[in-house]
Design a protein around this ligand. Structure first.
Ligand code: PEP
Ligand code: MN
Length: 263
């Protein structure tokens, strides 16, 4: 199998001057959803200053309720592209529909496949036909084997730049939004050559747990993290309860690079 460890050396995904899966810890940060140009520019500058290398921002949001904020669409992607260029950061955003791929391709450096679409095989095949790196989030009810099989759909079409992202799974525990499966990190490193990063924001659903989850993720060997950051989490249009403000993000990110350097 193409996603399996046996056929290949460790994959290092290069995007701009960032390498995911190499020696350096990679932090992807930014708001859950792009809300305005001002919100995004401010966040980009703050996370860049704190050491994040890649900027995130959702323009198409897979919200549980169709009445919740759905994202700014292409307008938001323009802000994302601009904020990335201004701060010399590659950018990532979720694609939910194969019909949007060509449009997103103009603005993003990495395609994000969300948890809800991990087994959307036609979407996986389409991003697999392209050249841009794909970050495949684990389905909230997917086993590790199912997740790697989903990655196989992308690789089979020719695109070998896949990044896996553990974002928590559904269990009986409902204190946290999801149960972050940190064991997936060493397991993926055993089974696959792809980089593995951790999303502690969706993985916990609680801002006060994000730092602990992040530190543990780095200690257990994650190649990177994806963290939601907002200028004013209380006013966020989505996922405010799990988003860090600039100050908390800055102090966390400092800790994470320190932990990584101790390994
Ligand atoms: C996200 O990262 O914006 C997101 C919606 O996460 P998930 O697909 O893991 O729920
Ligand atoms: Mn979110």
């Amino acid at each position: 199998k193409l996603a399996g460890r046996e056929c290949k050396e460790k994959t290092i995904v290069k995007v701009g001057n960032v390498e995911i899966g190499g020696d350096e810890l990679v932090i992807i940060a930014g708001p859950c959803a792009i809300e305005s140009e001002k919100q995004l520019i401010e966040t980009a500058m703050a996370v860049k200053k704190a050491g994040a290398q890649i900027l995130r921002g959702g323009a198409f949001k897979p919200r549980t309720s169709p009445y919740s904020f759905q994202g700014l669409g292409e307008e938001g992607l323009k802000y994302l592209h601009h904020a990335g260029q201004e701060n010399n950061m590659p950018v990532i955003s979720e694609v939910m529909d194969p019909r949007d791929i060509d449009m997103l391709d103009k603005y993003v450096d990495i395609f994000q496949i969300g948890s809800r679409n991990m087994q959307n095989y036609s979407l996986l095949r389409e991003v697999g036909k392209g050249r841009k790196p794909v970050m495949l989030k684990r389905g909230m009810s997917a086993s590790i084997e199912e997740w790697l099989s989903a990655a196989e759909y992308i690789v089979l079409e020719g695109n070998r730049d896949v990044i896996l992202c553990e974002r928590g799974i559904r269990t009986f525990e409902n204190y946290t939004r999801n149960t972050l499966d940190l064991m997936a990190v060493p397991i993926i490193k055993q089974l696959s050559h792809f980089p593995i990063i951790v999303d502690p924001s969706h993985g916990t659903g609680r801002e006060e747990l994000v730092a602990s989850a992040s530190r543990a993720a780095v200690a257990i060997g994650a190649h990177g993290l994806m963290i939601e950051v907002h200028p004013c989490p209380c006013d966020a249009l989505s996922d405010g309860v799990q988003s860090l403000d600039f100050e908390k993000f800055q102090s966390l990110s400092k800790d994470l690079f320190t932990i990584r350097n101790c390994l």
